[in-house]
Design a protein around this ligand. Structure first.
Ligand code: NAD
Length: 443
């Protein structure tokens, strides 16, 4: 099949290259000429395991091409995927300007039947708005052409995006058209061989499914953080509690890790956008609002623990950070807890010495050169000359640590662990003060 993908970010590039990898002919379009130039030069603008190799082999095979030419992109594929950003607007609702701009582009240049496949995460009712935008653009040209709009939300996780796209639990398509169903079946057939993963439903249900899934996952995290904060005050170990509740199959072990708050490009904005949708429809989404405010508070927790460790005086201190990305295996720092922590430390007059295996360039892009930030080459350099160490992202390489060695590096024996990676007893035996999340005496 000939397929066009608008947007070459985390979702668009993964979608385009995975679809090319199973034999489709894919053209990826982006308005960011710099990004397209890098892609054409064989450079991948984001870190995503396996993606560079996949892009290279499909470009080589001639199945994957890149363009900034909107007309060429619209003329290319019968399926026109929209995978552009939907950042939060000032009031928390999803900003649809990029999605609607693509709709208008498609209406402006299409010559034959097109299916507009919305992969971006968009509020319920957006498919209607996309459809109207296409209709307006066609009317302005004075032509009548057939098209359909369907919703195909994406559930991939950064860091495991290819695995999730190719072996996802389900492929959701919101449409009431049989013609669209057939085309989407053909598109996803290579991923649908073992058992039927395609779930067809109404467009509004598909749009809501994506928000409901992210809101549920964010709820699990905020719930565990709430219990962890309580455990801390009660002298109970949240890690024991986590194992205790996870053993109940109705609860399960997945996604119930306490930590320093969720970040990333999706959970924060999607929870906010769903709450906003609720508000616009005269419904007070009390649970969603609480999930959001618990997370806001949790993102301050690392700074609060440091304040306690240093008796409220952080000015002039150097704090080592291990991890900047919002989670391991990505270079994405959107809404990352590391940013909340660094910004609070800088306001308090402290210096940050940080290391992340993949997100250093992103950190440099976000904050530029500043006297109170040193980005260093490895985890060892990060702690040299530092007063305390904070674990912010649970990269695999941080899971083992020689605590005696660490104590010798730090001017104060303070280890703040935002991911509960270590055994409190072992850390304390090495003479370190250990501040984890919800682990009894760590207050
Ligand atoms: P991103 O910011 O990484 O990439 C968006 C890309 O779209 C950018 O390269 C931008 O230049 C491009 N773009 C903007 N306007 C354009 C236009 N008119 N034509 C062509 N390209 C245009 O975004 P992302 O993280 O890939 O997310 C895209 C969508 O997918 C969002 O709605 C997001 O909520 C959703 N989503 C993201 C993830 C994730 O893990 N990142 C997972 C599932 C769903």
């Amino acid at each position: 099949m000939k397929i066009t993908v608008f947007g070459t970010g985390y979702v668009g590039l993964v979608t385009g290259s995975c679809l090319a990898d199973v034999g489709h002919n894919v053209m990826c379009m982006d308005i960011d000429a710099g990004k397209i130039a890098r892609l054409e030069a064989g450079e991948i603008p984001i870190f995503e395991p396996g993606l560079a190799e996949m892009v290279a082999r499909n470009v080589e095979a001639g199945r994957l091409t890149f363009t900034t030419d909107a007309q060429q992109a619209v003329e290319f594929g019968v399926l026109q995927f929209i995978a552009v950003g939907t950042p939060p607007d000032e009031d928390g609702s999803a900003d649809l300007q990029y999605v609607l701009a693509v709709a208008e582009t498609i209406g402006r240049y299409m010559k034959d039947y097109r299916v507009i496949v919305d992969k971006s995460t968009v509020p319920v009712g957006t498919a209607d708005r996309v459809s109207h935008r296409v209709a307006d653009a066609l009317e302005a040209r004075g032509v009548e052409l057939e098209y359909d709009v369907c919703s195909n939300p994406e559930f991939l996780k950064e860091g495991a995006a290819i695995e999730d796209f190719t072996r996802g639990a389900r492929i959701i398509v919101g449409t009431d058209s049989e013609r669209v169903q057939e085309l989407m079946r053909e598109c996803y057939a290579p991923y649908n061989r073992n058992h039927d993963k395609l779930m067809f439903m109404g467009i509004r249900a598909a749009e809501l499914t994506k928000y409901a899934a992210n809101a549920m996952l964010a709820t699990k995290i905020s719930f565990m953080n709430e219990i962890a904060n309580l455990a801390e005050r009660l002298g109970a170990d949240i890690e024991a509690v986590r194992r205790g509740i996870g053993s109940d199959p109705r609860i399960g072990y997945h996604f119930i890790y306490p930590g320093c708050g969720y970040g990333g490009s999706c959970f924060p904005k999607d929870v906010q956008a769903l709450a906003r949708t609720a508000h616009q429809n005269d419904y007070n989404a009390e649970l969603l609002n609480a999930v959001e405010s618990v997370n806001y508070r949790q993102k301050q927790t690392l700074f609060q623990k440091l304040l306690r460790a240093f008796d409220g005086e952080l000015a002039g201190r150097t704090i080592a950070l291990w991890g900047l990305a919002f989670k391991p295996n990505t270079d994405d720092m959107r809404e990352a807890p590391s940013r909340t922590l660094m910004e609070a430390l800088w306001s308090a007059g402290a210096r940050v010495q940080a290391y992340d295996p993949e997100a250093m360039h992103e950190c440099r892009r976000l904050y530029g050169e500043r006297a109170d930030l040193s980005l260093v080459a490895d985890r060892v350099q990060a702690v040299q000359g530092a007063d305390a160490l904070v674990i912010v992202t649970e990269w695999k390489e941080f899971r083992t640590l020689d605590f005696e060695w660490l104590k010798a590096q730090l001017s104060m024996p303070v280890l703040v662990d935002g991911r509960n990676l270590y055994d409190p007893e072992t850390v304390r035996q090495a003479g370190l003060m250990y501040y984890a999340v919800g682990r009894g005496e760590s207050l």
